[in-house]
Design a protein around this ligand. Structure first.
Ligand SMILES: [Zn+2]
Length: 264
């Protein structure tokens, strides 16, 4: 393994037609991956896929806004979370950006916090890190989802957290770093220059690489379905923005993930 995509959804139906080819392309390029659960079914599916492939791991959890009807049954998730290939709890967290869920229902911020707290309890109990989905709102009193997530973690979490698809401010990043958190960047960094200052200023041992596939393909694959092998483009952009050489950045990003998630 030379590279790692620490957050992708190869368990989604988007890959039903050619999933094994997607795994084969990743393997040929030396790309390992962590497949992310967003509800009970997709979490089970992530574990099944991790069982069948080397250098593939899974997380289990309920996404804060994808499906507001999804329930977090603690005992069912605990059983899944104990699996040796499960390396984190999530994705879970606070999303103040999307006022409606994918199914069109209004988002209840109180319910999001409750759901987040249940994931933290489970992570504490089984001592695995958290995979967080956090997004600030725009210009509202509830704009500061990152700061609120950090405050909740400070009070309740005994484990470390990675903030996936990090899109906060440098101030948000500082608060995360202060509590021992990590941030991960997607293919967006290949085409949106608004991430450059974050990437330059966050310490190299506190960031990781991901695709969030099937979403947000990096340049030069924009508009196509994303997949884990494209994480190499994310690494290249990070190296170019930091003016560091690619093999060293790749090695650091991999080491960060291996140590943060305890990959073996
Ligand atoms: Zn995701």
């Amino acid at each position: 393994m030379k590279y790692i995509d620490i957050h992708g959804h190869v368990n989604f139906p988007d890959y039903d037609a050619d999933r094994e080819a997607v795994f084969a392309r990743a393997k040929d390029a030396g790309v390992g991956m962590i497949i992310i659960g967003t509800d009970l079914e997709s979490s089970k599916r992530a574990i099944e896929l991790a069982e069948k492939h080397d250098d593939v791991w899974a997380t289990v959890g309920v996404h804060p806004t994808d499906d507001v009807a999804a329930v977090f049954d603690y005992d069912s998730f605990k059983k899944l979370a104990e699996h040796p290939k499960v390396v984190a709890i999530g994705e879970c967290g606070l999303d103040y950006f999307h006022p409606k869920s994918m199914s069109g229902a209004n988002i209840d911020l109180g319910a999001q916090r409750e759901l987040f707290l249940k994931h933290i309890s489970l992570a504490n109990e089984i001592n695995k890190p958290l995979m967080l989905h956090v997004r600030n709102g725009v210009g509202s009193a509830n704009g500061g989802a990152y700061q609120e997530a950090v405050a909740i973690l400070k009070q309740h979490s005994k484990v470390r957290a990675n903030f996936h698809f990090f899109a906060g401010t440098m101030e948000d990043a500082r608060a995360i770093l202060e509590i021992g958190g990590m941030v991960s960047f997607t293919g967006v960094v290949t085409f949106a220059r608004s991430y450059d200052d974050l990437i330059k200023n966050i310490p190299p041992d506190r960031m990781m690489s991901e695709t969030d596939c099937p979403f947000v393909s990096p340049t030069p694959y924009r508009g196509k379905r994303n997949e884990p092998v494209y994480v190499v483009e994310v690494m290249k952009s990070i190296a170019s923005i930091r003016r560091e050489n690619e093999p060293e950045v790749a090695k650091q990003l991999l080491e960060n993930a291996v140590s943060f998630f305890g990959l073996k």
